[in-house]
Design a protein around this ligand. Structure first.
Ligand code: FAD
Length: 319
């Protein structure tokens, strides 16, 4: 099977969800290592070492200096047709899903998003994919001449044992004017102090228990001391206390930190769907019967406005 995988990259390295997508693409490809595509305005570019793919095709265009989802999709379609790829795989990040959705629209084919396993069949593929925020695993069959899927982030381990770096080839894609018109023209710094919520090793989150936007001051203070990202629940974004980019959950960001500190958060199913990838959860809650305690590894029962400053003071005293 000829498989093409789309890789996202930042700061000269392929990101973790893309490595996971490449790993699933490798298992789908059988005897033939997959081909990969990155979109970049810089050629050559570093990709951070060995990858489980044969060749990385760099779609080179100045438009790829910023995020241009339709243009990336057109580059993927062009290469997929040239390679006669029978499957196209991408990372199931917000951007990866958006780019692959454009690919599906251009080719008028179905897209299976957030897969954790896939195998080929006579007329397409069989996939297992995550639905309803992780509360359901769906087994589905895709009947299509070209299988399109994205891989659920942090659900399968990335294969980092590839024997050698792949070959790098570049090409200039033909991009339509309409695709080039849709791109990010300005970036505004995130409120997380530059630490990405999706990739942070430690996340400190506040919920309705924070009480107000100002109530996030002790959350931010502890996050700064720990080098952590700040997250929140949907009750908080709905109240306008924090931007949606901080929201953890089914309709927010899916996180997989080593430690998740959830302060004043009840632990609704839709919130837990976003943080169940955390290795350890510390819940700080005034209610000892709060549902989050059923998922927490550690708990402190009490007022977050007293407990968080006490933790921060102890960290300062110890350093
Ligand atoms: C379709 C859909 C999608 C959704 N997507 C998401 C999502 O992506 N993310 C998400 O978070 N939610 C999501 N929700 C909403 C979700 O169902 C909950 O309503 C929400 O998570 C509750 O937020 P919360 O825990 O901050 O608030 P609450 O449920 O009100 O809990 C507040 C908690 O704070 C504790 N508390 C209060 N005061 C203090 C204090 N001083 N110190 C310590 N603890 C205190 C309370 O004991 C309580 O446990 C979604 C809902 C729907 C229907």
């Amino acid at each position: 099977m000829s498989v093409l995988v789309y890789l996202e990259h930042a700061d000269g390295a392929v990101d973790e969800p893309s490595l996971q997508a490449a790993t699933l693409a490798r298992s789908l490809a059988g005897d033939h290592a997959p081909q990969a595509l990155v979109a970049s305005d810089t050629v050559p570019l570093g990709l951070g070492g060995p990858l489980p793919v044969a060749t990385v095709h760099v779609a080179a265009h100045e438009a790829f200096g910023s995020y241009a989802p339709r243009a990336v999709a057109e580059a993927i379609v062009e290469l997929a047709e040239r390679q006669e790829a029978t499957a196209v795989v991408g990372p199931g990040t917000e951007r990866g899903n958006e780019v692959l959705a454009h690919v599906a629209a251009i080719l008028d084919l179905p897209l299976a998003a957030n897969c954790i396993a896939a195998s080929t069949t006579d007329d397409g593929a069989e996939v297992t994919r995550v639905r309803w925020g992780g509360s359901l695993l769906e087994h589905a069959r895709i009947h299509a001449p070209r299988t399109l899927l994205t891989v659920q982030p942090h659900a399968i381990p990335a294969d980092t044992d590839a024997p050698a770096p792949p070959a790098i080839e570049s090409f200039t894609p033909s991009l339509s004017a309409a695709a080039l018109a849709r791109r990010v023209v300005e970036r505004v710094g995130a409120a997380t102090g530059g630490i990405s919520l999706a990739d942070a090793k430690v996340v400190v989150s506040g919920g309705r228990g924070a009480g107000s936007a100002e109530g996030f001051a002790p959350v931010e203070e502890l996050a700064a001391l720990l080098g952590a990202a700040v997250g929140c629940s949907r009750a908080v974004t709905m109240a306008g206390w924090r931007p949606h980019t901080d929201q953890v959950g089914q309709t927010g960001t899916k996180i997989a930190p080593d430690l998740y500190i959830a302060c004043g958060i009840s632990g609704a199913t839709q919130h837990m769907a976003g943080c169940k990838g955390a290795k350890r959860i510390l819940a700080i809650n005034s209610d000892r019967d709060a549902p989050i305690l059923a998922s927490a590894d550690y708990a402190v029962i009490g007022d977050m406005h007293e407990i968080l400053p006490a933790i921060s003071a102890a960290i300062r005293a110890a350093s």
